[in-house]
Design a protein around this ligand. Structure first.
Ligand SMILES: *Cc1c(COP(=O)(O)O)cnc(C)c1O
Length: 426
């Protein structure tokens, strides 16, 4: 077996993959928040750029990647597909472990993939500013980078608790020229509700989304950008799985299990969906495992129901696994996984029995991160460490059964800016 897949620039996918074109049955449609009737795409125009809406509702199986975006991707893509031989040796398992490493992107996570595409579309539509929310700052920094590249402005509502405790990514956003506001802020009606109650309100992603959406609705040249959950965002992330599929072929490996952590579901979907397609069309029986934190267990403990994406109720109602729009998860280190809902497409695959879900404790994922650092040499983002913990469990199960399985997982980002969270392991 070859141990290293190539990163040949000629192997950059030319299209994104749209899973909806292959699904035998679609998930229930989004609803208009006021009428509660199925959403008319024009209802979204107050919030999102038109070209983005076109991608969100498209049923085309492959959507071309524009040359300007391909050029931006070529700085860091194809990302490495790595055989984790040291982790395998350490676990003494017959399982073969491979990971796709998205931490090589300019801001250190997979989020750059959709940020570049969304900034490009907004610029093409003549929009001057994208507003968004961010928790720990991975999404905000990815979007600030992408907007600086495509010449538009970013306004980021950053959850106050993170703004104060995790200055690293705030500084990065500001260096890219992004405007960063503490949320809840007094600058929007949505924020004021909470701010006037308590100017030190720690905030939540749900509140920050309401603020960012409100700014878009009130200003015609501002639109809103979301870093996960939506069908089009998941589709942009399929570049990860399409590359991985080709790299696996090159190594002569067929994955038996595909694993990713889930916040809103985009990095998991990005790696998985091209392989889900194989199960649907080629009758392979690949297993898919989505891993969430015990502190924010949307799939394993939430309800599959219509809910808003934000706390105030400005966004369309999505049919998804949700803990309720007012749920405020405890402040775990994996800030990127603290979202009350789940991408409707991931929820749908769980319902169809294609995706399994499990939840892990913070203690367990930090132990997994430490093993990974000491064997493979990469400090994972605490979010990605959830996937690693599941990989280790699967590899140990393979050892117990003496089965040679191929495990593929998404190392969605590096943990360099989460370094304070790791101090406990010294
Ligand atoms: C944001 C983030 C996640 C979670 O978001 P998804 O949309 O579920 O992918 C996971 N890993 C990293 C490194 C992140 O920054």
């Amino acid at each position: 077996m070859l141990r290293y897949a190539s990163r040949n620039p000629n192997h950059l996918p030319s299209h994104f993959y749209n899973l909806k074109a292959d699904l035998p049955e679609l998930p229930p449609p989004p609803l208009n928040p006021t009428t509660k009737q199925p959403l008319n795409p024009t209802d979204l125009e107050a919030i999102f750029p038109r070209s983005f809406i076109a991608q969100e509702i498209s049923m085309e199986k492959f959507i071309p990647i524009p040359p300007e975006v391909l050029e931006a991707y070529s700085i860091y893509r194809p990302t490495p597909l790595i055989y984790a031989s040291k982790l395998k040796d350490y676990l003494d398992t017959p399982a073969r472990i491979f990971y796709k490493y998205e931490g090589v992107s300019p801001t250190g996570s997979h989020k750059t993939n959709t940020a570049l595409m969304q900034a490009y579309l907004a610029n093409r539509d003549g929009i001057t500013t994208l507003s968004t929310e961010t928790g720990a700052g991975q999404w905000g920094s990815a979007l600030a980078y992408a907007c600086s590249r495509f010449g538009i402005k970013t306004r980021v509502f950053m959850v106050r608790a993170s703004y104060r405790q995790k200055p690293g990514r705030r500084i990065l956003m500001q260096l890219f020229g992004g405007e960063v506001l503490e949320s809840p802020s007094p600058t929007t009606d949505s924020g004021k509700k909470y701010y006037q109650e308590n100017p030190g309100h720690p905030g939540s992603l749900g509140i920050a989304i309401s603020e960012a959406v409100e700014v878009a609705v009130r200003n015609p040249d501002v639109k809103y950008s979301l870093g996960s959950v939506l069908d089009a965002v998941l589709m942009h992330q399929t570049i990860i799985g399409l590359e991985a599929e080709r790299q696996c072929q090159e190594l002569g490996v067929n994955p038996d299990v595909v694993i990713g952590c889930v916040g809103g579901g985009s990095n998991f979907a990005g790696l998985s969906f091209p392989f889900v397609r194989k199960n649907l069309n080629e009758k392979t029986r690949i297993r898919f495992i989505a891993v969430e934190p015990e502190a924010c267990p949307s799939i394993t403990r939430g309800k599959l129901n219509y809910d808003h994406g934000d706390s105030v109720g400005l966004t369309p109602l999505l049919f998804m696994h949700t803990l309720g729009k007012d749920f405020v998860p405890p402040p775990i280190h994996a800030g990127g996984l603290r979202y009350h809902g789940m991408a409707p497409l991931v929820s749908h695959l769980v319902k169809l029995g294609i995706v399994e879900a499990r939840a892990y404790s913070q203690e367990k994922i930090f132990k997994a991160a430490e093993v990974f650092l000491k064997t493979e040499g990469i400090l994972p983002a605490p979010e990605s460490a959830h996937a690693i913990a599941a990989v280790i469990d699967e590899a140990l199960e393979a050892k117990r059964l003496n089965k040679e399985v191929n495990i593929l997982f998404n190392l969605s980002g590096h943990g360099f800016l989460d370094i304070n969270a790791y101090e406990r392991l010294r």
